[in-house]
Design a protein around this ligand. Structure first.
Ligand SMILES: Nc1ncnc2c1ncn2[C@@H]1O[C@H](COP(=O)(O)OP(=O)(O)OP(=O)(O)O)[C@@H](O)[C@H]1O
Ligand SMILES: [Mg+2]
Length: 253
């Protein structure tokens, strides 16, 4: 039977001391879905994404990723074929030229030094150039990455995902720190890429407006639990009001 589930959370729990960061979460994401993870600060969004990427080890439960338990991936390279990660603070190397950072996506487990060597292979170079063309950075191939604007660096990270070609793309606040026009630009590029490549996207976002516009499904988290999980078109202002409502303060005497 054809595998149609990209990600499955099975009772994922995480504690930090007495704090329950993730409270037995279970849900699955079908291939090709674009899922936005929203919710107030401290809800557990980054922690959840980090349990998929393997940066945080859950205290209980497990992830099934592309049909296999997370723990059964033998190497970083095998995992990188399935899952690509765009981090909150990008792990781009500032001093390197743009094209080298993009090629690092192809050699995720080798590290950047060896991906520099890969520039000797014209086929890889061509892939990187095509990816940079698709994100609108064809004129910046050999620019030092640190000299690009925040939005342009975000595009470099997207180009790297294009070269890595994972089945699933994870992103933790991919447009934090961008102005609204740049943010829309990057989300537009990201959603077009994952749609064209038939990839699955799972990204945390602070902007509800962007979640509704660029994603097919919204999972809202609050205090480590799922508050709602709905198609983007069914998320109402009333639900969002409840999600972000601050705890009631005691009345003044
Ligand atoms: N390494 C850690 N050690 C202790 N507590 C942690 C750690 N990481 C996260 N937490 C706690 O777990 C909870 C969830 O944090 P998390 O970073 O996942 O929230 P978030 O939804 O991503 O918030 P934000 O929107 O601010 O990024 C918070 O209460 C946080 O303080
Ligand atoms: Mg976070």
């Amino acid at each position: 039977m054809k595998q149609t589930t990209a990600l499955e959370a099975k009772n994922i729990m995480k504690f930090f001391g007495k704090k329950t960061a993730l409270s037995s979460l279970s849900f699955s994401v079908r291939k090709g879905e674009r899922v936005a993870l929203i919710g107030p600060s401290g809800a557990g969004k980054t922690t959840l994404l980090n349990t998929i990427a393997g940066i945080v080890e859950p205290d209980a439960g497990e992830w099934i990723i592309a049909g296999k338990p997370r723990g059964s991936y033998k190497s970083g390279k095998e995992f990188a074929k399935k899952v690509g990660v765009i981090r909150q603070q990008f792990d781009l190397v500032g001093q390197l030229a743009v094209i080298h950072n993009v090629l690092a996506g192809r050699f995720s487990e080798w590290g950047v030094a060896k991906s520099l060597v890969s520039l000797l292979f014209p086929r890889d170079k061509k892939l990187a150039i095509e990816a940079l063309e698709r994100v609108g950075l064809a004129d910046k191939l050999y620019e030092e990455t640190a000299r690009l604007s925040g939005g342009e660096q975000q595009r470099v990270a997207l180009a790297r995902i294009l070269v890595q070609k994972p089945e699933i793309v994870l992103a933790d606040e991919p447009v934090a720190s961008l102005d609204p026009a740049r943010a829309e630009d990057v989300l537009d590029a990201l959603s077009t890429i994952v749609e064209d490549e038939k990839q699955t996207l799972f990204a945390s976002l602070h902007s509800v407006e962007y979640a509704r516009k660029y994603f097919t499904r919204i999972i809202a988290m609050k205090d480590g639990e799922i508050f709602f999980d709905l198609p983007a078109s069914q998320v109402t202002d009333a639900l969002l009001g409840d999600l972000y409502k601050l705890k009631e303060l005691p009345e003044h005497e």
